[in-house]
Design a protein around this ligand. Structure first.
Ligand code: ADP
Ligand code: ASP
Ligand code: MG
Length: 407
């Protein structure tokens, strides 16, 4: 008998009607002879609300273990409700919190990694003909405290469970019917992909295509979990995430992603001397703040320079506090922050063998009068930082420029 892990995201369980709809779908699959393990997110908007409560009390220095205790609670509600909705349809079901499902993590609160899963409780449940409904996004740390896996982390819970249970596939049900060449909510001419490579999906996710959490793709790639993204509202095939050799024809550019989750920080008039970058970025790293794009401007007077970089918007208040705490020691004039920016990235494995991809991006943006504030590249990706107001314009223009538009 096949075993499939189903994951339903926030919009798919946003209210009781939708929870009933999910329960119906699960019943159909069970009636068709499949064995299932189900993972769910909190109701749409709920995790945001919980995060806001915590950060309103203390924006910069909140206790991350308590943050996890609060924000993990959204999933506790949906697992219970879905189990009840299933039972109401005559499908035996039981809810599991992360720790009850044997999901152990490291102690990095708010962005914990799964270290181990003991599949015994879920296996027993499935073997007894009961559908386990597991809370996504959460686990238990080494000290026995609740942890969460970072925003969008239910995808990772689902893939990790699929690997631990040696499931035949992991189906991620969401509010779009697959992975598109760009966010279909912004680029109406975006095309649905039948297949995408793990590598491209990983890169797309890491630069903002939040249809899958980055870690879930990395995990699927490592454990060879067959992954599918599909709609929880319509019955049709979705997008399969596969190895490169399963793709018949590769595109030079496969997708364009964006993220509004970053903020630009400029440390103005810092001394231009060896060790300054280390003095600024060391304390940020110690505070677990990830720095992404970095630009150091040319020193005009030979003494001072500006160091510009991006951090996640959520980390901005903490980044400011950390930098202020080293101001005396490092010596700089001020910190400027701008969170009205967007990072746009073009992704494609074909970049390895084709030149001119970045140039086309810069030309397309220049032709629209859009100023590029920072650039970063990797082997299969080019990213630029621009003002947030140009998000839609830039995405649509680039999508056309690379010939991705649906005809
Ligand atoms: P869920 O709550 O089900 O986890 P998410 O909101 O996390 O759903 O992810 C689905 C959303 O991802 C879609 O509504 C869509 O707007 C967005 N998205 C961004 N980029 C893409 C893309 N390339 N293909 C499909 N969806 C995308
Ligand atoms: N509820 C969590 C979030 O909103 C996890 C998830 O949806 O995957 O980030
Ligand atoms: Mg999601």
């Amino acid at each position: 008998m096949t075993l499939i892990v189903h994951k339903y995201g926030g919009t798919s369980v946003a209210d009781l009607e939708r929870i009933r709809n999910v329960a119906q779908r699960i019943k159909h699959r069970i009636d068709a002879g499949e064995r299932l393990c189900v993972v769910v997110s909190a109701m749409a908007g709920q995790t945001n609300r919980l995060v806001e409560w915590v950060t309103s009390l203390d924006p910069a220095r909140y206790d991350r273990a308590e943050y996890d205790q609060v924000v993990a609670s959204g999933e506790q509600v949906t697992i219970g409700l879905l189990a009840i909705a299933l039972q109401h349809l005559g499908v035996p079901a039981r809810s599991f919190l992360g720790w009850q499902a044997g999901i152990r993590t490291d102690g990095a609160h708010a962005s914990a990694r799964i270290t181990e899963i003991d599949p015994t409780p879920l296996r027993r449940c499935i073997e007894a003909g009961i559908v386990p409904v597991v809370a996504g996004f959460q686990g238990i740390g080494p000290d026995g405290r609740m942890t969460t896996l970072g925003r969008g982390g239910s995808d990772t819970s689902a893939v990790a469970l699929a690997a631990a249970l040696e499931a035949d596939r992991c189906d991620i049900f969401t509010d779009v019917d697959g992975v598109y060449t760009s966010d279909p909510r912004i680029v109406s001419k975006a095309r649905k992909l039948d297949r995408i490579t793990y590598e491209e999906m990983l890169e797309m996710a890491s630069v903002g295509a939040k249809v899958l959490q980055t870690r879930s793709v990395a995990l699927a790639m490592r454990h060879k979990v067959r992954l599918q993204v599909l709609s929880s509202f319509e019955d049709k095939p979705g997008t399969l995430v596969v190895d490169e050799d399963e793709i018949v024809e590769t595109q030079i550019v496969s997708g364009i992603a964006y993220t509004r989750d970053e903020a630009k920080v400029s440390v103005v008039r810092v001394m231009d001397r060896p060790g300054v970058a280390a003095a600024l970025f060391g304390p940020l790293a110690e505070a677990n703040i990830n720095v992404d794009m970095i630009v150091q401007s040319v020193s005009r007077d030979g003494v001072h320079t500006n160091m510009t970089f991006t951090v996640s918007r959520a980390d901005l208040p903490r980044a400011r506090a950390v930098l202020e705490s080293v101001r005396e020691q490092v010596g700089f004039e001020r910190i400027d922050a701008d969170d009205e920016i967007v990072k746009i990235s073009v992704i494609g494995v074909g970049m390895r063998s084709h030149a001119g991809i970045a140039h086309r991006m810069f030309r397309t943006l220049a032709d629209r009068g859009i100023n590029i504030q920072a650039i970063s590249t990797s082997e299969i990706k080019v990213s630029v930082l621009i003002a947030e107001e140009y998000t839609e314009l830039a995405l649509r223009a680039l999508h056309s420029a690379y010939g991705l538009d649906r005809s």
